[in-house]
Design a protein around this ligand. Sequence first.
Ligand code: ATP
Length: 227
Amino acid sequence: MIIFENVSKRFPNGHVGLENINLHMARGEMAFLTGHSGAGKSTLLKLIMLMDRPSNGQVQVGGYRLSQLRRGQIPALRRNIGVVFQDHQLLFDRSVFDNVAIPLMVAGFDFDDIGRRVRAALDMVGLLDREKLNPLSLSGGERQRVGIARALVNRPAVLLADEPTGNLDPDLSADIMKRFEHFNQAGVTVLIATHDLDLVQRMGHRTIRLERGRLVTAGATTGEAVE
Ligand SMILES: Nc1ncnc2c1ncn2[C@@H]1O[C@H](COP(=O)(O)OP(=O)(O)OP(=O)(O)O)[C@@H](O)[C@H]1O
């Protein structure tokens, strides 16, 4: 589902963010991406979601070589990748409903369809009764769940999360991770960048570890060679 072949990322200032990464995540897999601050976790996620391009090597997602995508194919790829950020990036001048609806509005869904899909996504994260509220009136954990609903509303095949539990207490972090596990069981490929090694160990999924831009452990993937 996600393949990195000899991928390096050198920034314009000369800093090497990623060096010769070879990685294979199978469809339907769940993995954690770990490493110290500055190890390259966000850089790796940005290459998958096409927010940035590698300097060398190839990234493939869902069978597409990202370097060969035509401009017109990029929105379809992005719709297939849901992204959850640590600071959830919600709009505080819109309701919870509108925040979750944004990807569908951008994609041009009709009004009724948007209503159905937004409510289904809010239901999945247990926030159906909060749709009219402003995110400002929600707790940190609830805001994060709104961010997850927004990431899932397009029913993407891949869910990426960058430090999704960074500001949450251990119970809420465990709750959010359980939800990711649940989506994974429904077939979504899930990759989560996190510093929370206790949680990673407790959950027992594959761990992909970066150190100064290099892959030091890629863990195991079902039936396929890695690294
Ligand atoms: N646009 C950029 N220009 C120059 N250097 C950059 C750029 N983006 C990231 N870097 C550097 O690349 C390295 C990897 O950054 P990245 O954000 O991927 O790390 P990270 O593992 O996600 O860290 P954290 O856990 O702190 O979020 C860091 O040293 C960072 O300063």
